[in-house]
Design a protein around this ligand. Structure first.
Ligand SMILES: [Fe+2]
Ligand SMILES: [Fe+2]
Length: 157
């Protein structure tokens, strides 16, 4: 179980780094100012997510390293494909939100698991750090839903 926990940490550490490099391209393609700004502020949070994971590796006495995560690569690859296919700027905003929410839901499931496993392994301290990130992922997802249903989808349609 401990090995599995560390593996999952490495997996999400890889994913956060992939997200860090994918987000600037999404920000550049977005047109809606609130969407652009929301993604920009989540980019800042994502930098903190990487640092928190490094902190948890250290707290747990594990080596700071990545393990390739094909799941996040697939989500990002699909996001890029869809964005490349959409010409209309307003439809592109709706597509970017959908892709960003797929990323957030991926992160929510990973951090939810990590928090539960950390607690089970008697590492409430690690769980508390991971929970801070989980809260920010959920908040980012909620903000994206508000943008989509609050005007971006209507503008796209
Ligand atoms: Fe994150
Ligand atoms: Fe995120």
């Amino acid at each position: 179980m401990d090995d599995l926990f560390v593996h999952q940490l490495q997996d999400v550490y890889y994913a956060e780094k992939q997200i860090l490099s994918a987000l600037p391209k999404m920000i550049e393609k977005a047109t809606n100012p609130s969407l652009k700004q929301g993604l920009q502020s989540h980019l800042g949070e994502t930098e903190t997510h990487v640092q928190r994971l490094e902190q948890v590796f250290e707290m747990h006495g594990a080596e700071i390293k990545t393990t390739k995560c094909p799941a996040i690569n697939g989500i990002i690859e699909e996001a890029n494909e869809v964005a490349g296919d959409v010409e209309d700027k307003q439809v592109l905003d709706a597509a970017i939100i959908a892709s960003a929410q797929a990323v957030e839901h991926y992160e929510i499931t990973r951090y939810g698991t990590l928090v539960a496993w950390a607690k089970q392994l008697g590492r409430a301290d690690c769980a508390a750090v991971l929970e801070q990130t989980l809260r920010e992922e959920k908040a980012a997802d909620t903000k994206l839903t508000a943008l989509a249903t609050g005007g971006v989808n209507r503008a796209a349609a």
